[in-house]
Design a binder for this molecule. Structure first.
Ligand code: VGL
Ligand code: ZN
Length: 211
């Protein structure tokens, strides 16, 4: 088992990021069995859930004449436009049916402000609006954050980077993630993790103890 100071954060295992979803991540649902097994090895599990209101400003449909995967300038900086996805209380926003969400002690919903996207579980895309997660993790005594889920190069990436900046030791379990890979985002993620000291491992490397 992982230690008392370890928490696994499982990012956005939602229907819209799986095959036939509105923002399907290639192979998204393939990680579900592995993620379920991983959760069994951690005493503490936190989930995130992308949770947008209709008409969210990260949706291309909210910008007449724009297409998904184009970038626009919003007041807080550049924002990639996405297909409408993970709309609150729709089946697309629900966790994948095969995902064992019951183990989670906490679910962080993000992206619920119409005018700010939130890739990270810690800070929204304006980089200043906090979700409160860092304080929650610190108050519970966690020092090591492990991450898995969707998508490696967006919500897992931003969460890992912020966790590192917040002072946690951070490990991303790479085979328990899948990427969107738009505009070189996957390679940029690997570079960023190397710069920031975010560790990348395969699930098998966790061994009998997540050390
Ligand atoms: C995500 C794009 C938009 C993710 C969420 O979960 O990685 N990516 N919303
Ligand atoms: Zn989203």
């Amino acid at each position: 088992m992982a230690g008392r100071a370890d928490v696994l954060i499982v990012v956005d295992i939602q229907n819209d990021f799986c095959s036939d979803g509105a923002l399907a991540v290639p192979g998204g649902e393939e990680i579900v069995p592995l993620v379920n097994r991983l959760m069994g090895r951690f005493a503490h599990v936190v989930l995130t859930q992308d949770w947008h209101p209709p008409g969210h400003l990260s949706f291309a449909s909210a910008h007449p004449g724009r297409e998904p995967f184009e970038t626009v300038d919003l007041p807080y900086g550049p924002q990639i436009l996405w297909p409408d996805h993970c709309i609150q209380d729709t089946s697309g926003a629900a966790f994948h049916a095969g995902f064992d969400a019951a183990r989670a002690e906490m679910i962080v919903r993000k992206g619920f402000r119409r005018a700010i996207d939130s890739y990270s579980a810690f800070f929204e895309n304006d980089r200043t609006t906090s979700t409160g997660l860092a304080g929650y993790l610190r108050e519970r005594g966690f020092t090591r954050v492990f991450l898995a889920g969707l998508a490696y190069d967006f919500c897992v990436r931003f969460s890992a980077e912020d966790a590192r900046r917040e002072g946690f030791a951070v490990t991303v379990i790479e085979d328990a993630c899948r990427s969107i890979d738009t505009g070189g985002s996957r390679a940029a993620t690997n570079d960023s993790f190397a710069r920031l000291g975010v560790r990348r491992i395969m699930a098998a490397q966790l061994g009998p103890v997540a050390a």
